[in-house]
Design a binder for this molecule. Structure first.
Ligand code: ZN
Ligand code: ZN
Length: 415
């Protein structure tokens, strides 16, 4: 790929600034990982196979549960014709929606940073040559303006966020995924069970996948419970006192009942958590660390626009589309309305329903936390000093010597 006298195109780290210079620097195309060599390919195939094992595992469980529930239990053990028809019909509708949303989560790319947000080689070299944090911030600030990138979020150093791996300015709410090795828009988390990042474009599908998986498990557990009791606990017998069911079907019934019960318990907590996150317009990552805005304002609810608007941002404005795994989200994944920037708050009104928090609320970021937050300052030598605040807006300072982090009082064991 690189000719004699040229530097290779494949850069993943900020290179030594002393190598920079030359009139053609700014014209170099953005870094590209390129194609793997023939030697690398078997390793990549093996890695991608290992990564897809959880998806294969889930698919196998679903296939077995289909057989165990529909073939063995509904067709084999249910004696009432009406029960068979009703159970079979509902089961197939739920299964179809479940598999559809699962496939959409697995195969929909979560959204990546546009090429236009990448820095030119000239600017990358400038950043590498920056002599102070201030100069680094200024270069990034100027470049963000020049490229026309609309960013509200800042790093803890109050700088425009920049990915040193992708060599691009990070759009609001995006994060670098170390598994996918790329920045993901509105990244929630990397999910091995779907072998994909869950982010801006597939978050709705992920939620529907959880919701339908839960429905699938609860439905199976609820409709097999009665048969489990009569066959396994009451040991149903015929007139001669011989057990009615000796077949493998009753073992499928036993396992499908317990497996669906276990899965419904574990999925319900995860689903409930994500419903809460959607209503508060937070990603899993933002729930761990609140986004920072200009002037060192850390606001965990910075993207929240009111519960109904938050829901519409992920599921769209047509309520009848909410439960169908098709694309209906609002926005472009690059810029988001924020209640810290009042004039940009959209009014997602439907049928005259108005639940915009309104401009009067915008400058009162006062979601009172349920517990008092402390603000411990870790100084040189790991000495911790603590100041208390009862407000969720915490100003963080990083001056190279001290690092301020937000933790709960209870986590420190301080009275
Ligand atoms: Zn990145
Ligand atoms: Zn990922």
């Amino acid at each position: 790929m690189s000719g004699p006298g040229q530097q290779p195109i494949f850069h993943t780290v900020i290179t030594n600034p002393e190598h920079s210079g030359g009139p053609d620097k700014g014209l170099r195309p953005p870094p590209d990982p390129g194609k793997p060599s023939l030697l690398q390919r078997p390793c990549l195939y093996l890695t991608s196979f290992v990564k897809s094992l959880p998806v294969i595992f889930i698919s196998a469980i679903v296939m077995w549960s289909y057989y165990a529930y529909f073939v063995a239990t509904v067709l084999g053990l249910m004696e009432d014709r009406t029960e068979q028809i009703v159970s079979g019909t509902i089961f197939h509708v739920v299964t179809a929606l479940f598999l559809w949303s699962y496939a959409m989560t697995v195969f929909t790319p979560p959204g990546s940073v546009p090429v236009s947000w990448r820095l030119s080689q000239e600017k990358i070299d400038c950043l590498a040559a920056a002599k102070s944090e201030e100069e680094w911030k200024q270069i990034l600030g100027r470049e963000t303006e020049r490229l026309g990138c609309d960013v509200k979020q800042r790093s803890v150093q109050n700088a425009v966020r920049y990915c040193e791996k992708c060599l691009c300015i990070k759009p609001d709410r995006s994060h670098h995924c170390s598994v996918c090795e790329v920045c993901t828009l509105k990244m929630d988390h990397h999910c091995p069970w779907v072998n994909n990042c869950v982010g801006f474009s597939n978050y709705k599908f992920f939620l529907l996948f959880l919701g339908y998986a839960l429905t699938y498990c609860i439905f199976i557990a609820a409709t097999t419970a009665r048969h489990f009791v009569t066959i396994w606990l009451l040991k149903k017998e015929d007139e001669e006192g011989v057990a009615v069911h000796h077949s493998a079907a009753k073992y499928h019934l036993l396992f499908v009942f317990f497996v669906s019960l276990l899965f419904s318990m574990s999925i319900s907590s995860l689903f409930g958590y994500h419903v809460w996150l959607v209503l508060h317009n937070r990603t899993t990552l933002e729930q761990f660390r609140a986004p920072m805005f200009a002037n060192n304002v850390s606001d965990p609810s910075g993207w929240s626009l009111g519960k109904m608007n938050n829901l519409r941002e992920v599921f769209g404005t047509s309520a009848w589309m909410w439960l169908i795994p098709v694309k209906s989200y609002l926005g472009d994944g690059i810029s988001y309305p924020s209640r810290n920037y009042g004039l940009e708050i959209p009014d997602y009104k439907i049928n005259g329903v108005h639940d915009n928090p309104g401009l009067s609320n915008v400058h009162h970021v006062q979601e009172t936390p349920s517990r008092i937050l402390t603000n411990p300052t870790i100084g040189v030598g790991g000495v911790i000093s603590v100041t208390e605040t009862s407000n969720s807006m915490v100003r963080l300072d990083t001056n190279g010597l001290t690092k301020t982090v937000m933790v709960a009082e209870t986590d420190l064991g301080i009275d």
